[in-house]
Design a binder for this molecule. Structure first.
Ligand code: B12
Length: 452
């Protein structure tokens, strides 16, 4: 079938991000013999002109759209992408009768709400390779599913095994790799799927499932080697929810890169409770230039409320190890998490300053996702009705700090120029991002902020 794939993500912060999810779908469709055309709206000037000419030139039989983000989860900026998505779908409908299939992490978090709010025919929840291929087969045979059906490979009783994602590589070459490298400073790579952790606010287990499924390490490293050879890109982000778990897998990945002598730089997310000097040294040797810890808080009672599974002492220990060994690191911290009062907040900030990380990313408040434990806490503590928690972003801010948060951010941000406050665009902004990338800087920008 002729399938048009659209990536409507135009977000530039913290960087434009290569649409690896859609590239996996493109790969699955390509392997199954479908005729593909890809429209990536990230860098185009006029989305209407671009979509119109692609649709008219290609006459798609099916249109697949990847909804990666719903909003930027950043209070108070709180950018909401649904209006853009509505425009994109409206343009598709104007120039084509092809059914529209939705997928992506944003879609997967709230499939029913997407189906209700956007003019979509079919939706694919979770990883989409096998399901999209099955759906295409069904449609090409003239099958007609009831509109709005949501299929899933991850949770269904009879998983479709015909298209194993672990064997696939994302089809990167149909996207504009050059623009992403120039304007976003890196490409991305996935080594495993699944998140077994139970953080009260998080959507990752819903998107990827709770069970970790890892790819063959040799195959992952061969893929990196081929990307380097074919594209000249040498900077990567490993998009796995948590890089350092399981530890053995992470170590073997590093060893394979070292063995091959690959000259690359990469970043990843890590759990600060599961790090040790052996792994840090190995990561550094394998080209990891900076690690982003999902720390969330530096106060034990708050870590407990968030179900983080590690304590402040471990964060302190791992920060010292990183400093001593020479691996750059950054802590992601929430202000206003459940249970946080002025005393805890002060402790949080004082401890964060003392850790002396290369950077810290500070979120004021936590975006509430439906059916998470946080949504029930928000109902109980703040009276936020469960049915108000949906696509339009609503944030949890501890009632003890509710009226203080903006003032506190204003104060601490002026004292810490290497701390980034996404929702406030303080110490980092779209302008600075573009400026740094224009000057040729590659890799994670938090490692290279000019005012550190
Ligand atoms: C790694 C990551 C980042 C890295 C990316 C680095 C890089 N260069 O790649 C960084 C730190 C930069 C980042 C930034 C942001 N991120 Co982020 N990120 C992730 C993470 C952990 C993995 C994304 C990923 O690449 N997955 C791997 C690919 C293969 O999976 P996938 O995209 O889901 O695709 C699969 C399916 O969804 C499906 N699919 C995808 N498209 C389509 C299309 C069709 C037609 C079909 C059928 C199926 C389908 O099939 C694919 C293959 O199986 C996710 C959380 C998660 N666990 O998913 C959050 C996530 C995507 N991010 C999110 C957000 C909000 C952001 C930011 C806005 C945060 C901010 N304020 O800075 C920015 C936006 C950046 C941008 N320009 O878009 C949210 C989006 C949901 C939401 N709430 O809106 C997520 C889900 C996390 C969360 N909070 O819940 N992010």
């Amino acid at each position: 079938m002729r399938v048009l794939l659209i990536s409507p993500n135009r977000e530039r912060l913290p960087d434009p991000v290569f649409p690896i999810g859609l590239a996996y779908i493109a790969s699955a469709l390509h392997e199954s013999g479908h005729d593909l055309h890809v429209v990536d709206l990230c860098f185009v000037d006029d989305i209407k002109v671009t979509l119109k000419s692609s649709i008219q030139g290609f006459s798609p039989e099916v249109i697949g759209i990847s909804f990666r983000n719903i909003d930027d989860v950043s209070y108070p900026r709180s950018v909401y992408y649904l209006p853009l998505y509505r425009d994109v779908i409206k343009i598709c409908r104007r120039y084509s009768d092809a059914p529209i299939v939705a997928g992506g992490s944003g879609f997967t978090i709230m499939p029913e709400q997407f189906m209700k709010n956007l003019d979509i025919d079919y939706g694919v929840v979770g990883e989409g390779e096998a399901t999209m291929v099955s759906l295409m087969r069904y449609l090409s045979e003239g099958g007609h599913l009831p509109d709005g059906v949501i299929t899933t490979t991850m949770n269904s009783a009879k998983p479709l095994r015909s298209m194993d994602w672990k064997r696939l590589r994302p089809l990167r070459e149909v996207f504009n790799i050059k623009d992403y490298y120039e304007k976003g400073g890196m490409l991305n790579i996935q080594t495993r799927r699944g998140c077994p952790f139970r953080c009260v606010y998080c959507s990752y287990p819903k998107i990827e499932g709770k069970t970790i499924r890892s790819r063959n390490i040799r195959e992952v490293v061969n893929e990196i080697e081929d990307v380097v050879e074919q594209t000249g890109v040498e900077h990567f982000f490993i998009v796995d929810s948590i890089f350092n778990h399981p530890r053995g897998y992470a170590l073997r990945f590093c060893k394979e890169i070292i063995k091959k002598g690959l000259k690359i730089e990469w970043n990843c997310y890590a759990n600060p409770g599961l790090m040790d000097s052996g792994l840090i040294e190995m990561m550094l040797k394998a080209g990891c230039s900076g690690v982003e810890f999902g720390t969330d808080s530096l106060v034990d009672s708050i870590l407990n409320n968030l179900q983080k599974g590690f304590r402040y002492k471990q964060v302190e220990e791992v920060s010292k190890l990183c400093k001593n060994i020479g691996l750059k690191f950054c802590h992601f911290i929430f202000l206003g998490a459940p249970g946080e009062g002025p005393e805890d907040l002060k402790k949080n900030i004082d401890r964060l300053s003392a850790l002396n990380a290369d950077s810290s990313v500070i979120m004021a408040g936590i975006r509430i996702f439906p059916k998470t434990k946080l949504s029930f806490i928000a109902k109980e503590e703040l009276g936020i009705e469960i049915d108000r928690i949906g696509l339009e972003p609503v944030y949890y801010i501890s009632p003890k700090l509710f009226n203080e948060i903006d003032r506190i951010v204003g104060k601490i941000s002026s004292e810490h120029k290497n701390w980034i406050f996404p929702g406030f665009e303080i110490n980092f902004s779209e302008r600075l991002q573009a400026l740094l990338r224009r000057s040729g800087i590659k890799g994670g920008l938090w490692e290279r902020l000019p005012f550190r």
